[in-house]
Design a protein around this ligand. Structure first.
Ligand code: KIV
Length: 272
């Protein structure tokens, strides 16, 4: 199993598509600063996400909603300085893409001033027009389906999505629509295992899971959860990789290898 650190080559959208075709698992993690970014890259992490989870794990907020474009830009710049090879994704924060023009402007900032290679945005088929505009302007997009934490007040909690047949059918339709609109990657959060597996099979673009399925093309977790330093409870879909490691670097290497070997997620990290 080869990682980007073995080959020394930059991880690109082409490389990720190739990994999906070759059934090589994609290891992804969040990071918010240069030092951790450097360790992640050295440990073989293919994709580094500056997640708006920084609102919770860095800023100590209760939700991701207060995170601003300026916060995301600052942390993207920090992470970019720690990376040479891994692909860098920046989350579009809450209400930073309410119109197509606003989305292009803010995503453009993350790419031009931040050094991001892709942006991630929450939302279903209703975001297809935005995804198409970003894509047309040369901005790769990771669409985020399933549990969308920016909708926490609308949903009424951090709940598994797509359990009812109608919701499951809609999620598959949304995924196909977003791919058709130009999305280069899909992230599925807190989705029943069977549905996540079905969406992964149906899409040509790589599908990354978090609380989804081991069948996804790759996995992502919040760095502070795997290092067991998050505020509050660690979610069911995460795992403390520090428990059996002697250093942060070793914990991250164990995570990468568990993803690559298909050992993570195990049954206890996914939803029926
Ligand atoms: O903000 C974040 O950390 C995320 C997770 C799904 C990885 O979007």
């Amino acid at each position: 199993m080869s990682t980007q650190s073995d080959t020394g080559k930059k991880v690109t959208v082409r490389r990720l598509a190739e990994m999906k075709r070759a059934k090589e698992k994609i290891a992804c993690l969040t990071a918010y600063d240069a030092s951790f970014a450097q360790i992640l890259e050295k440990s073989g992490v293919d994709v580094v996400l500056v997640g708006d989870s920084l609102g919770m794990v860095i800023q100590g907020e209760e939700t991701t909603l207060p995170v601003s474009v300026e916060d995301m830009l600052y942390h993207t710049q920090c992470v970019a300085r720690g990376l040479n090879k891994s692909l860098l994704i920046t989350d579009m924060p809450f209400l930073s893409f309410t119109t197509v023009d606003e989305a292009v402007l803010n995503a453009g900032l993350f790419m031009k001033q931040g050094g991001a290679h892709m942006v991630k945005l929450e939302g279903g088929a209703d975001q297809a027009e935005t995804v198409a505009a970003l894509s047309r302007n040369g901005i790769p997009v990771c669409a985020h389906l399933g549990l969308q934490p920016q909708y926490v007040h609308k949903i009424g909690g951090y709940l598994v999505q797509g359990r009812e047949q109608a919701a499951a059918d809609k999620m598959l339709d949304d995924a196909l629509t977003l791919q058709h609109a130009g999305a280069d990657m899909m992230l599925l959060e807190c989705v029943p295992e069977v549905l996540a597996s079905k969406i992964t099979e149906a899409l040509d673009i790589p599908v990354i899971g978090i609380g989804a399925s081991a069948d996804c093309d790759g996995q992502i977790l919040v760095l502070y959860d795997i290092l067991d330093i998050s505020l509050g409870l660690r979610p069911k879909f995460s795992k403390n990789f520090m428990a059996s490691a002697n250093s942060i670097e070793e914990a991250i290497q164990h995570y990468v290898s568990a993803v690559e070997q298909g050992e993570f997620p195990a049954a206890e990290h996914v939803f029926k």
